[in-house]
Ligand binder design. Structure first.
Ligand code: SAM
Length: 464
């Protein structure tokens, strides 16, 4: 038996008291990985002919894996490629989001699967802070958040303990923890190579540390959602149990329909929802809901914080920027010189406070770069759901032109006036170009651009 198979067998045996180890072993080695994605409800309806992910209103399975990079709508934030089990988060967040706007912190957020899902579930007036401790990953998270197009989002690059200044602030904290990745064995063979019992031990200690560091930021009565993509109990039930013993918190249950084949597993007071690939159509996943009984309530700073590197533009000066977005209940602020963003007025104090304490990668909606008399729209503005599309001429382009835009090529635009033009593909906004006559300059960010060759045979779109 190969070393990789021995590791898989070891993992399967470790959960034989929860599920059938031989069926799990067979599924990891032989069953194909289901391909699934989640639609952005502001940009795309689920195509009617595709199989739905039963526990998510926005999730669907594809019959085979296409080259996602060669669909313009993938780059436009019209959907997010995400494995189906993770979408179960919706069953926990959606009921909480019905009654009021919520403040949510996603502590381990990159590349943004859970964050983009959660912001689709929150009602207007809510706030999402998506945090990622690894800087390069925080930038990928930021790209995905900007493209998802919602306004009240902040992307930070901090250690979980840095949020202690927001004691009792969040209604929901999500810890989708770094783990030993056993649930990804089928999808990612590299996860098998990295696996070892010592790694499980290291991961469980780190998971406890993250939970302990972030606990104070959760409001009394708030909900902590803990998840991993691993099978063993050491990183799941045992972490949850140790944590509730430490804090006096309690686990909550989640309604599951029997046909979903999700395995509820109880260990002492810890309640975990298990996704096994031989039973549920998705990858290995485990999620638990922990309720905070009591603790500190949030006390806002008495004075408006003196934030570094950020200036709120006075009301009278910002008026001509407000027509860039549809709802004007926002402040306009400047962070880098001559680059303006907008953010909800309701969270003005919070914005200043978080700029003071955190390493902010992105906040709100990017608006414009001011160059002398010229206002150049920021590429991210094109993806904002609230962008006021009536202010620029618009051109719907074909599949190949849309992909050339995302490859950052200069385009030739005929029959349109000179100046800024908004491009769309199948009606979904993809970006801006500046038409200078013989060609149109393309300001799409280099770091977001397509690096692969555009092979015509592989070009496609989820919307045919
Ligand atoms: N929630 C993400 C999603 O749905 O797309 C996936 C998160 S992934 C399972 C775990 C993340 O935790 C990784 O991005 C990793 O960089 C981050 N991480 C690693 N060590 C960490 C630590 N000590 N504290 C907080 N986050 C950490």
């Amino acid at each position: 038996m190969k070393q990789s198979e021995a590791s898989i067998l070891h993992v399967c045996k470790s959960v034989s008291h929860i599920t059938d180890a031989s069926q799990l072993y067979h599924a990891i080695l032989h069953n194909p990985t289901p391909i699934s994605l989640r639609c952005n409800p502001n940009k795309l309806d689920i195509p009617a002919d595709l199989e739905k992910v039963p526990w998510s209103s926005y999730g669907m399975y594809l019959p085979k894996r296409p080259v996602f990079t060669l669909d313009p709508l993938f780059h436009a934030g019209a959907y997010y490629v995400q494995e189906a089990s993770s979408m179960f988060l919706e069953q926990i967040v959606a009921p909480l989001a019905v009654s009021k706007p919520l403040k949510v912190l996603d502590v381990c957020a990159a590349p943004g699967g859970k964050s983009t899902h959660v912001i689709s579930l929150l009602q207007r007036g809510s706030l999402l802070v998506a945090n990622e401790v690894i800087r390069s990953r925080a930038h990928i998270l930021s790209e995905n958040i900007i493209k998802w197009g919602k306004s009240n989002c902040v992307v930070t690059n901090n250690d979980p303990k840095d949020f202690s200044f927001l004691s009792g602030f969040f209604d929901i904290v999500i810890v989708d923890a770094p783990c030993s990745g056993e649930g990804m064995f089928r999808k990612d063979p590299a996860a098998i190579e990295e696996w070892s019992p010592a790694h499980i031990d290291l991961c469980s200690k780190r998971q406890m540390r993250i939970l302990s560091d972030i606990w104070d930021a959760l409001a009394p009565g708030g909900t902590l959602i803990y998840s991993t993509c691993t099978f063993n109990e050491i990183e799941n039930e045992k972490v949850v149990q140790a944590f509730i013993e430490q804090t006096g918190a309690i686990c909550d249950s989640v309604q599951c329909l029997p046909e979903w084949n999700i395995t509820e597993h109880v260990y002492k007071q810890a309640v975990c929802y298990r996704f096994f690939p031989h039973k549920t159509k998705g990858e290995g996943f485990c999620i638990s809901v922990i309720k905070k009984q009591n603790g500190n309530s949030y006390v806002p700073p008495k004075r408006i914080p003196q934030a570094k590197n950020i200036t709120i533009i006075p009301e009278k000066n910002r008026l001509h920027f407000s027509n860039l977005i549809q709802h004007h209940q926002s402040i306009v602020y400047e962070r880098q010189k001559d680059v303006l963003w907008s953010f909800s007025k309701d969270y003005r104090k919070f914005l200043l406070d978080i700029f003071l304490h955190c390493n902010i990668i992105h906040a709100g909606i990017p608006l414009v770069h001011i160059q002398g008399h010229k206002l150049n729209p920021m590429p991210g503005l094109a993806f904002a759901n609230s962008f006021n599309a009536s202010i620029l001429p618009r051109l719907d382009v074909d599949l190949e032109t849309a992909l050339r835009y995302f490859k950052k090529e200069a385009l030739i635009i005929e029959g349109m006036s000179k100046g800024w033009i908004q491009l769309t593909y199948k009606g979904v906004s993809i970006g801006f170009v500046k038409n200078i006559g013989n060609r149109a300059n393309n300001p799409y960010p280099q770091e977001w651009s397509i690096k692969m060759t555009l092979r015509k045979d592989d070009m496609w779109s989820i919307l045919t």
